[in-house]
Design a protein around this ligand. Structure first.
Ligand SMILES: C[S@@+](CC[C@H](N)C(=O)[O-])C[C@H]1O[C@@H](n2cnc3c(N)ncnc32)[C@H](O)[C@@H]1O
Length: 325
């Protein structure tokens, strides 16, 4: 019998993980269509607005998008755009186009996801001019590298691979002109939780070892040991989606600890209810008037079970250790 490939793209368990990309995109599509924030590009990845989502879900996505963008934009500004971003498990995320529109383009923006997810993203980019135009505009020569599973241009690169294979990750990023000397922002949103602790530790360790000056932003579950957390785990399990890495999501401390144990110098974490309260009050008042929220307690519980954790390495000189919202 032939030896089985260690990480094939066709494993059924991975299929459920890949499907989470559609959940994130449809929720972002719905919330942006309601006016929580502007995303003129997401419509090219999900055509219809789809089913209504509950107000607490929309507010949760609002806090996630605003919170992550806040840290990400500060990093890019502090480096005067002289940096690179690596979005791990990027799915159909549209940050590249937002940064281009806001004149916040890093030297290079990399994305990594499973090959089948990347193939879908590349197909959309190829066939939708509003997506391909900014990419062509930021590219100096006539031809972009475009095959089914990767795209490479001067400023934007998308790579299809399994993030649990860190050797291939390193090799492919370098092939597409990753520069370890450049200040680097790594981002993962609801990605590490689908890997077992050894696999995610390897990835965080690789990142700390590879880049001289770096920041890692991780958005995912926290405080998962209580009853609410257990119900979340059970609901996902029923959809065949196993949170193999939930161990690191026990608390804000365990989220920080995973970075400190893998070579990062400093780590901070805030639960999303706290992040929500720190967002600009005028914009909060605006979004809170968009939809009536009956279940204030549910919003609180939901947001207390997600967090943003950010870790730094040699970023003091950029004034980046004590970021605030
Ligand atoms: C919940 S979605 C989030 C997508 C995106 N980060 C966002 O916030 O819109 C998780 C993404 O991580 C990707 N992912 C999870 N595990 C992965 C792995 N081992 N290798 C590559 N991609 C992975 C999934 O395919 C999916 O696109």
């Amino acid at each position: 019998m032939a030896a089985r490939q260690p990480f094939t793209d066709s494993d059924t368990a991975d299929e459920a993980v890949r499907a989470t990309c559609d959940d994130a995109t449809t929720c972002k599509r719905f919330a942006s269509s309601k006016g929580y924030w502007k995303d003129p590009y997401i419509q090219y990845f999900v055509r219809s607005v789809g089913e209504r989502k509950a107000p607490e879900i929309n507010r949760g996505y609002y806090a996630r998008v605003r919170g992550v963008n806040n840290l990400l934009d500060k990093f890019v500004r502090k480096t005067d755009c002289n940096c690179q971003i690596i979005n791990l498990g990027a799915g159909l995320d549209t940050t590249f186009w937002r940064l281009k529109d806001e004149n916040l383009m890093p030297k290079k923006y990399f994305e990594v996801d499973f090959p089948t997810v990347v193939a879908r993203k590349i197909h959309n980019i190829k066939t939708k001019p509003p997506l391909s135009k900014p990419l062509i505009e930021t590219h100096s020569s006539d031809s972009l590298l475009l095959d089914g599973h990767s795209l490479d241009s001067d400023r934007y690169c998308i790579i299809g691979l399994d993030l649990r294979d860190v050797v291939t990750l390193d090799e492919k990023l370098r092939r597409f002109q990753l520069n370890p000397e450049l200040p680097t922002l790594l981002l993962s949103e609801c990605v590490l939780v689908y890997m077992n602790p050894a696999q995610s530790s390897k990835l965080l360790h690789w990142a700390a070892e590879t880049f001289h000056t770096a920041m890692f932003i991780n958005y995912e579950q926290a405080n998962m040991v209580d009853r609410f957390g257990q119900v979340m785990i059970e609901n996902l399990r029923r959809r065949q989606c196993n949170l193999a890495g939930v161990e690191a999501c026990r608390s804000l401390d365990s989220q920080k600890e995973r970075f400190l144990q893998t070579g990062w110098e400093h780590a901070d974490a805030l639960d999303m209810m706290t992040v929500y309260g720190l967002l600009p009050q005028d914009d909060l008042a605006r979004i809170e008037s968009l939809e009536f929220l009956d279940e204030k307690e549910l919003l609180q519980q939901l947001l207390q079970h997600y967090c943003i954790c950010w870790a730094n390495k040699d970023t003091l000189r950029l004034g980046l250790s004590q970021l605030s919202f």
